[in-house]
Design a protein around this ligand. Structure first.
Ligand SMILES: *Cc1c(COP(=O)(O)O)cnc(C)c1O
Length: 362
């Protein structure tokens, strides 16, 4: 018998969400962002699923890209932070990794490299995120330099990243679009600007290549429902099962620190999942879980391997009943909001301890 805590990953949902990203920005090509172990979903399985659909994949760094190559992925893989050494520039040219150039130092690494094959480069522009990228007149100079280097493939994409594309009423995205247009005026280069939020909410930012991440996994980047997110299908179901049931009297407390007190005679279900499985310890009392077709509130602190749930109002809860922590019925965003974080963090920090069980591989 195995422990019931599992993350079920629906690969058909991931294919569907990728196709939705393509449909929302029909003139652009969508790179599938599979960094950080595909936001916790398992980068090899997700890359194998999307490789037939996407022109390229995207990860943060060379280590993540190599892992995909070793698993047999052959499509180009963009390194969103670029190369950190000349060895990585050579590796990129050998392995068909696309290099983001986000600084004069990264440009110099490429200019000094002796490469058997030219490397594909994306020039990163800082239009207002103020994290990575060139800015001002340096953009034009770097673009022209890259175009002249024999180590660089002739098509150089110019990219930027938004700081607040998920804030629909913010003027900052338009400000970044204007900055980007000014810095790239007349260069006639292919461009890439849009993350998931911009794919859904900022058509002016669709450009030639989009970079959907969180939406591939079925989570909306918006806190409040947005029509663009309507067709998303949650890819991950975090689930476990009831392993104990007990009734406690009024005034009795549950769990470490005694943070929950029974206001009535209460039935408490113990579920085999905890913060050691990626269900955050700071999840507050009252956060819903899904049992037998109904919502039931978390009661007491999350332990390493277990949680406790108040099922007093539910009918017929039994040992072995399946419990969904997030998935089709309890949205990742709802849990994230309760916890005071974002969906990205909840899935990205899922530990290796939780088995990923893949369904609908094809
Ligand atoms: C992670 C990342 C993305 C994907 O962002 P989402 O909000 O998950 O869609 C896109 N572009 C860059 C540069 C990134 O680092």
């Amino acid at each position: 018998m195995s422990r019931p805590a599992q993350a079920i990953v629906d690969l058909a949902a991931i294919r569907h969400n990728y196709q939705l990203a393509q449909q929302l920005a029909p003139r652009a090509q969508a790179l599938a962002v599979v960094k950080a172990n595909a936001y916790g979903h398992g980068s090899v399985a997700v890359a194998k699923t999307l490789e037939p659909l996407a022109p390229a994949l995207a990860v943060a760094c060379a280590e993540e890209a190599l892992q995909l190559r070793q698993a047999g992925i052959t499509k180009p893989i963009a390194l969103l932070e670029g190369a950190f050494s000349s060895a990585e520039v050579r590796l990129a040219s050998e392995q068909d990794f696309w290099l983001v150039v986000a600084s004069p130092e990264q440009l110099a690494l490429i200019a000094a490299a002796e490469l058997a094959h030219p490397v594909t480069v994306w020039l990163k522009v800082d239009s207002g995120m103020h994290r990575l990228g060139l800015t001002g007149a340096a953009v034009r100079d770097a673009y022209q330099r890259l175009k002249s280097l024999p180590q660089v493939c002739s098509k150089v994409v110019i990219a930027t990243h938004f700081a607040a594309a998920d804030e629909l009423d913010s003027v900052y995205t338009q400000h970044q679009l204007d900055n980007f247009a000014t810095m790239t005026a007349g260069l006639n280069a292919p461009v890439s600007l849009a993350n998931s939020a911009a794919i859904m909410a900022w058509p002016a930012a669709h450009g030639d290549y989009t970079r959907p991440g969180i939406m591939l996994y079925g989570a909306s980047p918006f806190l409040h429902p947005h029509p663009g997110g309507a067709g998303l299908q949650p890819a991950m179901t975090l689930q476990s099962a009831v392993i104990a049931l007990r009734t406690i009297d009024v005034g009795e407390t549950v769990g470490y620190g005694r943070s929950w007190t029974a206001q009535r005679r209460s039935t408490i279900a113990t579920v085999a999942i905890g913060y050691g499985d990626g269900y955050p310890r700071q999840t507050p009392n009252g956060t819903p879980v899904w049992i037998n077709g109904q919502r039931a509130p978390l009661a007491g602190h999350v332990s390493m391997d277990m949680i406790t749930v108040d099922v007093t109002d539910l009918d017929g809860v039994q040992l072995g009943d399946r419990v969904e922590l997030w998935g089709a019925h309890i949205s990742l965003n709802e849990v994230a909001q309760r916890v005071g974080t974002i969906s990205y963090e909840l899935v990205t920090r899922m530990p290796a301890r939780i088995p990923r069980v893949y369904v609908n591989a094809e």
